[in-house]
Each structure stands twice: as C-alpha cells, then as structure tokens.
Design a protein around this ligand. Structure first.
Ligand SMILES: [Zn+2]
Length: 158
C-alpha cells in the first residue's frame, strides 16, 4: 500500500532543520516510516518529479526551487557526494548528495555525515537516527530531498 505522498512543502522541510531551529520536528513517525524493517527508507522521487513538473508549468518559480540554505550549499561543496546526474534546473553542474543525521545526542540542526565510515559509526548508537539525503546543485542552489531512512541499534519499540 502506498502512503500519502508528501506535499511539496514537506519535502522541503530539511533546510529548516539545517537552520538549527526545529530539527526534531522532522522526526515524526510518518517521516521515519514504519514496518518490520528498521531501515524504513522513503524515496522522494515522485515528489521530486512533481516539483519539477510544477516548475516547468510555471507554478513554482526558480526562487522556489533553487533556495538551498547557505549551510546546505557549503556542505554540498565541501563534503557532497558527487553524482553523474545533471542538475534538472540549470544543466550547469551535476548534483551532489548531502546526508544529515538527526536524533538524540546530535545537534538539533542535524549532523552532516561525510563518509560511510561515519555513517557506520552512527549506526552503532543505541538510539535510532533519521538520515536525510538531500540533492543539491551548487551552481543554481536547486535542492530536493532525495530519501530518508533510519539507522540505529534500538531493539525494543517504545
Ligand atoms: Zn543547478
């Protein structure tokens, strides 16, 4: 069964979290996903396609979709994981992926995860963490949530 599709605004909540004011708001159960598997990955490809369609129809402006927060852009430049996918907006650069982890013991603004080694380390914690992977273009500031998933070691549901 397919869950409710996230609205455009919901898929763009992460910059707010990155801005350090309300990271914990992102940790709603429906964002984390439920199910037998802990990983609970949610893919936002459909939402992305929808956002791009709205942009092409003129219902969203370039300012709406190319609004990456300076912190996000800096993370993208410094530790972004390169891809070979062209930016869907400006075609000037390939998008990069930036990962953030949110959860107990981490800054409210989330922690930038810059390597798989660090991700593995975070996954050993007792508490579950929510990971957000954001696609960013450092040329035009296009950004979109790519996927979210949960890592962690917790055994007993609350
Ligand atoms: Zn771009």
């Amino acid at each position: 069964m397919r869950g409710r599709s996230p609205t455009w605004r919901e898929t763009r909540r992460y910059p707010v979290a990155v801005r350090s004011t309300s990271g914990s708001r992102s940790l709603r159960p429906e964002v984390l996903g439920r199910g037998p598997e802990r990983s609970g990955q949610i893919d936002y490809r459909l939402a992305r396609r929808h956002t791009l369609a709205e942009f092409r129809r003129g219902r969203l402006s370039r300012l709406d979709v190319c609004d990456a927060h300076p912190e996000l852009l800096r993370a993208a430049r410094n530790i972004g994981e390169r891809t070979s996918r062209e930016c869907p907006i400006c075609d000037e650069a390939d998008v990069v992926l930036v990962s953030f982890a949110f959860g107990p013991g981490l800054p409210a603004s989330g922690r930038c995860v810059d390597s798989t080694a660090e991700l593995a380390k975070l996954a050993k914690r007792r508490n579950d963490l929510a990971c957000y992977v954001v696609e960013v273009c450092t040329e035009c500031s296009w950004n979109h949530l790519a996927r979210t998933y949960v890592i962690g070691n917790s055994r007993t549901p609350a």
